[in-house]
Design a protein around this ligand. Sequence first.
Ligand code: ZN
Length: 274
Amino acid sequence: MPFASYEIDGRSYLGRVEGDSLVPLAGASELGRQTPSDVLGELAAAGPAVAVSDVHLRAVVPQPDKIICVGLNYKAHIGETGRETPEYPVLFNKFASSLVGAFDPISVPSESTQCDYEGELAVVIGRAGRRIAKRDAIAHVMGFSVANDVTMRDYQYKTHQWLQGKAWDASTPIGPYLYTPEEVDVTSAGLRTILNGSTMQDSDTSLMIFDIPTLISTISEFTTLLPGDVILTGTPGGVGFRRDPKVFLKPGDEVSIEIDGLGAVRNRVIAEAR
Ligand code: ZN
């Protein structure tokens, strides 16, 4: 069964998803550092089920220690950016404050005129490790989810560091649920981005240049991966910034990212209230 982080009347819960219901679990109030894989599978029910429609789904991991993102990890996306195929993954980061729930609105900041979508597979770490070998990597995974690596292109390219375009507060939907590696095989899963009913990205996770074991191995070479850490694995071709004419998210839009077997994040775009 998949898992979710959610809240009711401002109170946080970790739940197991059963159909259209959530069963709250004892011992943790969200997915993350407190729920390594060996603990997660053992948590007992803490109360009666609630309907998914009666809760607010939070970012599936609301407060990760680290969010490491991969740029240029699909050939078709590299082609549209006009760059060379990298020999080492391009890595950057977001903050916990960058994340929002799967169905929360995406706010276009007043400073940016180039808010763009990037549909991505999210990997959540379930067992700590440093210098993890590729062959051991999947044993370190708590599960998989869906994310939109929303990017302010004008800020991404202000300098050669992408941080300021990638780490806006409350910009990055992730969810709705976490599926364990026992439940889903994401080595080949369709990934689509739909904007106002039109398919903008249509690819497959099998087309990643650096696969999940390679990413976990490469990242853990320099930093200890902890339970709850999130890796965003990069986006395929079709981003708005590289289309002709360019397409950017604007208030009133609805954008969704769907991955076969993992569900979808679906978000209304609004103007940021300041
Ligand atoms: Zn991305």
